[in-house]
Design a binder for this molecule. Structure first.
Ligand code: HEM
Length: 570
């Protein structure tokens, strides 16, 4: 994404105006060329223009900061007075939150240019404008919320006001032309409430419930299959070239999900399954990117091919799920005895209604809802597979952490048996390594949107305003963590127990919080522990390990890993 501190405009300075015009042109060209999330160093030309502009502006003395969403203005020297760290809910309106000036057409998108990721930019801008500031991206009014108290005000105290999601064209395209088909990307509604409550018992299996027992036995069986596959891969070219680990981890997670939610599993050699796993991963990577077209929809023609590709990926995935899972379940469905999540979903389809009849007014599901909900949940496996890849990437460069996990595994299993889900409460260090991976990956909270006129910290927020919750700041700032960039699981352990600080919210909070967090904890624990019980993981080339900032996804074609079988693994 694009960002910089060109948040100010000096009035009547022609050199600056000219520079800004050049900058706008360069920005537009750059945006039109495609994605604006880029690897470091890939937008150097734009950066140089930005730096030149910044120096010129700085040389011209005090600057005037004009709020993008109100006519009020204030000097940057006084902008720190707007910085608030409390979550006080004031009754007296303070007007719109302060923020940088917005250009016609692009708004303040150009300010994102110097940074690798937008959240880094948001953190920098918050030093200037405070914990709540407004920014216009394209023509979309947005606010950025940077402190825990204000994040809680948005997500908890005023959760119902902020239950919407952005109206990006990409989101509609990914979900059959209507983002309301998606659990994560729809606006809050009664239908969404119904979908969430239906999924709850399968997503949050309680200890010693039937679901927990099922998940545990599925994990044991699927981690056995994964080890077989890893041994095969390691024995062929593993030590010389490294193993392409990502497809194997993704396939393991996908099989856990289909096995647990649909009572179906697929051979690793099944081409249709492998293709579907890969498509899910490509979509997961894509959805984690920011694109100029999200905020500049008139750029759509430039993205036509990309959008066509998204449509075809989604269609192929749905066709696989329909043919290999839903059709079989439909024919053998016993509404009174659901076998799994798929049956539970199908049982809620209004039995008397024809397929095409949408029954949303009674908050019942139609066949389409079932298909999309299942797709959404099955797609959750990609998030876990990517998280595991990130954990492996961290371990390749932090071998002491890998050894500590292996010692913990040996202590708990006695070297006599595989790790099982029930070991999790006794293996805090392994769990902490996963938490540390989550912290450093800092997966962004999906933006929320105000569904009515409201306020935060006494500032007015208009209906339709997009809200970025900056959990990157909470995860990476030295204000919250010692040596924040080190991979150190022990920061989550006190007296042998896991301790999570209140400001650590990788799965967000409030009514739209992540539904899959328990599955993430359970599946990633067993998968990572099984991998390390059986293999040492190392890298042939640490420079090839690319773990993007503020993003749980790693590219679909990730880095190779050397797997060395451990002689006394159990
Ligand atoms: C590394 C793994 C994951 C991370 C870090 C993660 C994080 C998040 C976050 C931050 C949100 C947004 C919450 C908000 O807007 O306030 C979210 C939403 C959601 N997540 Fe996850 N998630 C992960 C995996 C999963 C999995 C495996 C599933 C499903 C099995 C899942 C299902 C969902 C759903 C359905 C929502 C949307 C909830 C709603 O909008 O009502 N997630 N997740």
């Amino acid at each position: 994404m694009i960002f910089e501190f060109l948040s100010a405009v000096t009035v009547g300075v022609s050199a600056t105006t000219l520079l800004m015009a050049t900058l706008t042109l360069v920005t537009l060209v750059s945006l039109a060329l495609g994605r604006y999330r880029q690897r470091q160093g890939s937008c150097l030309a734009l950066d140089n223009v930005m730096n030149a502009a910044k120096k010129t502006v700085a040389a011209q003395g005090p600057v005037v900061v004009i709020s993008s969403s109100s006519s009020s203005s204030s000097s940057s020297s006084s902008s720190s007075s707007a910085k608030r760290s409390s979550g006080d809910v004031d009754d007296v309106s303070k007007g719109a939150p302060p923020g940088p000036w917005a250009w016609p057409v692009i708004g303040s998108l150009h300010l994102l240019a110097r940074y690798e990721v937008p959240f880094e930019a948001f953190s920098s801008l918050s030093k200037l404008y405070g914990d709540l500031f407004s920014i216009t991206l394209g023509s979309t009014p947005c606010v950025v919320v940077n402190s825990l108290p204000l994040i809680k005000e948005v997500l908890i105290a005023k959760g119902p006001h902020f239950g919407g999601r952005p109206n990006f064209i990409r989101y509609d395209i990914l979900f059959g032309g209507d983002r309301d088909n998606s659990l994560a990307l729809c606006d809050w509604s009664d239908l969404q409430k119904a979908r969430r409550s239906l999924a709850r018992q399968y997503c949050h299996p309680r200890m010693s419930s039937l679901q927990f027992e099922t998940l545990s036995s599925v994990l044991t069986s699927e981690s056995g299959h994964m080890v077989d596959e890893l041994q095969r891969a390691a024995s062929t070219s593993g030590s010389r070239l490294g193993v392409d680990l990502k497809p194997i981890l993704l396939s393991m997670c996908a099989n856990v999900f289909t096995h647990y939610m649909c009572s179906s599993r697929f051979a690793y050699s099944d081409a249709g399954f492998q293709k579907t796993v890969r498509l899910f991963d490509q979509i997961f990577w894509d959805i984690n990117q920011g694109y100029a077209v999200d905020f500049l929809p008139w750029l759509l023609p430039v993205y036509r091919r990309h959008m066509q590709q998204l449509i075809s990926w989604g269609t192929d995935i749905r066709s696989f799920i329909l043919t290999h899972i839903i059709e079989q379940h439909r024919h053998t469905l016993d509404r009174n005895n659901p076998r799994d999540f798929t049956d539970a979903l199908l049982s809620h389809v209004d039995a008397s209604a024809p397929d095409a009849d949408r029954s949303a007014t009674r908050h019942e599901l139609d066949w389409n809802h079932v298909l999309y909900e299942l797709e959404d949940f099955l797609g959750g496996h990609s998030a876990i597979g990517n998280l595991l890849m990130r954990a492996v990437g961290e371990l390749c460069t932090n071998q002491n952490v890998m050894r500590n996990i292996q010692e913990e595994i040996l202590r708990v299993t006695g070297g006599h048996r595989p790790v099982v889900l029930e070991d999790r409460p006794h293996m805090p260090y392994t769990e902490a390594a996963i938490l540390e991976t989550l912290r450093l990956s800092s997966s962004p909270i999906v933006p929320h949107v105000a569904m009515q006129d409201t306020s935060v910290a006494g500032y007015d927020i208009k209906e339709g305003t997009m809200v970025f919750l900056n959990n990157y700041e909470l995860n990476i700032s030295p204000d919250y963590w010692e040596r924040p960039l080190s991979f150190d699981p022990s920061r989550f352990i006190r007296n042998g127990k896991i301790v999570k600080p209140e400001y650590f919210i990788p799965f967000s909070t409030g009514k739209r919080a992540c539904m899959g967090y328990r599955l993430v904890q359970h599946v990633s624990f067993v998968a990572l522990a099984t991998l390390l019980q059986n293999f040492d993981v190392t890298s042939l080339n640490a420079d090839a390990i690319f773990l993007p900032k503020a993003c749980v996804a790693v590219p679909p074609d990730a880095f190779p890993v050397v797997l060395t079988p451990r002689s006394s693994s159990h």
